[in-house]
Design a protein around this ligand. Structure first.
Ligand code: LMR
Length: 400
C-alpha cells in the first residue's frame, strides 16, 4: 500500500550533515548546521551544564513522573524573566502565559496552532529569506505565510525601506515573524533606531509580532542586549508571541529545551491563553521531556551557575567573532575579489557569504566544505585550523 510513496528530499540544513558524514575526506569541514564547535572542531557541553546535570543526578528525590502539559513551572517563569527582564511589568502583572516546549521549532509550531484556532487574522509574514523551517512550520500549523522584504543582496545589509513598505502593505492584524537577534540565515539585524520604526508600523496596524529568539546571548555576548527588540515591543504594553530556544545559548541542542510565551493585555486573558495552549499540546505530544528543561531551570535559578553560564556564553560568542576576523583577514591576504566587510558586520552564528549555489557546489566538490546552498556558513563550525582551507575554497570559487 505504500508503493506510491516518493523519496523525500533531504532537509536543506540537516541534510548537509548527512552528506558530510558520508564524505571520507580528512579535509572535510561542516559549516552547514548552526551548532557550536570548539577550536578542535568538537561539540561543546558547557561546564555549567555538566554541573547542573550532576546536581540533578545526585538528587535522589527526583523521579521520572509525567510532567504537567506545560512543563516545569519554574523553568517557564525563569524563561520569561530571561527574555523580558527581571523588572518586566508584564511579568509583575501576571499577563504572560509561558509554556515549556520542544525547543524553538516546538514553540513556533504550538504558537502557530494556537493562532490558527484563536486569532482572527491567521496569516503570517516571514522575512525573505528566513530560516527554512519557518516556511513549513506555519502552514502546517494552519497559518498561511507570505514574505516581506528583509535582505538586500546589493548592500548585503537590511532592506529597511522595503521591509517597512511591505509591513505597511500587509493587512492590519497580520502576524509578523521577527528574528529577535542574529537573523538566520543573513546575520543582518535592524539597528535600535530601525527596530523603533518597525515597532511603530506594526503597532499602528495592530499587527501581532511573533519573535523567534534562538540566539539570546550569541549575537552580542550579552543576554540583555540581545533581548532589546523583544523588550521594546513588550514595553509598549501590546501583545506578542516569543519562541525561545536553549539549543545554542546553553548548547542543549538534542535535549529540545524551549519556551513559548504569549504576552497578553491582562492576567485573566493570559490564564485563558495558557489553558488553550494546553489544548494544543496535549494531543500533539502530551507533555514535554523533563531532563533538559530541569538543567536549564537549575542554571537560571542559581546565581552562581547563572554567572558561570554568562561567562561561557560570552566565550562562545567571542570565538565566533574571532572567526569572522580570521576569515576576513584570510580573504584579504589572498586578494579575493569583492568586498568582504559583511563577514565582519554580520551578527551571530552565520555569515551569509553571497556565494551562489554553483559556487557552493564547487566548494563542496573540490574542497569538501559543507554548507547550505544559499551560501550561508556557520561561523561556529570554523576554527583557526580550518579558516585557511575555507578561504582557499572561497577564493577559488570566486575567481572561477
Ligand atoms: C540552523 O539553522 O542551522 C539551526 O537552527 C539548526 C536547525 O534546526 O536548522
Amino acid at each position: 500500500v505504500f508503493e506510491h510513496v516518493q523519496q523525500a528530499p533531504e532537509d536543506p540544513i540537516l541534510g548537509v550533515t548527512v552528506a558530510f558524514n558520508k564524505d571520507p575526506s580528512p579535509l572535510k569541514v561542516n559549516l552547514g548546521v548552526g551548532a557550536y564547535r570548539t577550536e578542535e572542531g568538537k561539540p561543546l557541553v558547557l561546564d555549567v551544564v555538566r554541573k547542573a546535570e550532576q546536581q540533578l543526578v545526585a538528587d535522589r528525590s527526583r523521579n521520572k513522573e509525567y510532567q504537567p502539559i506545560t512543563g516545569i513551572a519554574q523553568f517557564n517563569k525563569l524563561s520569561a524573566k530571561l527574555i523580558l527582564g527581571a523588572n518586566s511589568p508584564a511579568i509583575a502583572e501576571n499577563r504572560v502565559a509561558t509554556v515549556q516546549v520542544l525547543s524553538g521549532t516546538g514553540a513556533l509550531r504550538v504558537g502557530a496552532e494556537f493562532i490558527s484556532r484563536h486569532y482572527a487574522k491567521p496569516i503570517v509574514f516571514l522575512p525573505n529569506p528566513t530560516w527554512g523551517n519557518h516556511n513549513k512550520i506555519f502552514p502546517l500549523g494552519g497559518v498561511p505565510q507570505k514574505p516581506y522584504r528583509y535582505y538586500d543582496p546589493n548592500t548585503r545589509g537590511l532592506d529597511y525601506q522595503g521591509m517597512i513598505e511591505d509591513l505597511k502593505a500587509a493587512p492590519d492584524g497580520a502576524v509578523i515573524l521577527l528574528h529577535a537577534c542574529a537573523h538566520n540565515p543573513t546575520g543582518v539585524d535592524p539597528t535600535e533606531e530601525q527596530w523603533e520604526g518597525i515597532r511603530k508600523v506594526i503597532r499602528s496596524k495592530q499587527q501581532l509580532p511573533f519573535f523567534d529568539c534562538a540566539y539570546q546571548g550569541f549575537a552580542s555576548g550579552s543576554l540583555d542586549k540581545d533581548a532589546y527588540a523583544v523588550r521594546t515591543f513588550v514595553a509598549d504594553g501590546g501583545e506578542c508571541f516569543i519562541a525561545q530556544s536553549y539549543a545554542k545559548n546553553m548548547g542543549l541542542y538534542g535535549e529540545r529545551v524551549g519556551a513559548l510565551s504569549v504576552v497578553c493585555k491582562s492576567a485573566p486573558v493570559a490564564s485563558r491563553v495558557d489553558s488553550q495552549l494546553k489544548m494544543v499540546i496535549r494531543p500533539m505530544y502530551s507533555s514535554p521531556p523533563a531532563h533538559g528543561a530541569a538543567i536549564a531551570a537549575t542554571i537560571l535559578a542559581d546565581g552562581r551557575l547563572f554567572q558561570e553560564w554568562t561567562v561561557e556564553l560570552k566565550a562562545m560568542a567571542d570565538r565566533i567573532i574571532s572567526m569572522r576576523h580570521q576569515l576576513y583577514d584570510a580573504l584579504k591576504a589572498r586578494g579575493t575579489p569583492g568586498d568582504w566587510t559583511h563577514v565582519l558586520k554580520q551578527i551571530g552564528m552565520f555569515t551569509f557569504t553571497g556565494l551562489n549555489k554553483e559556487q557552493v557546489q564547487f566548494m563542496t566538490r573540490e574542497y569538501h566544505i559543507y554548507m547550505t546552498s544559499d551560501g550561508r556558513i556557520s561561523m561556529a563550525g570554523l576554527s583557526s585550523r580550518t579558516v585557511p582551507h575555507l578561504a582557499d575554497a572561497i577564493h577559488a570559487a570566486v575567481i572561477g
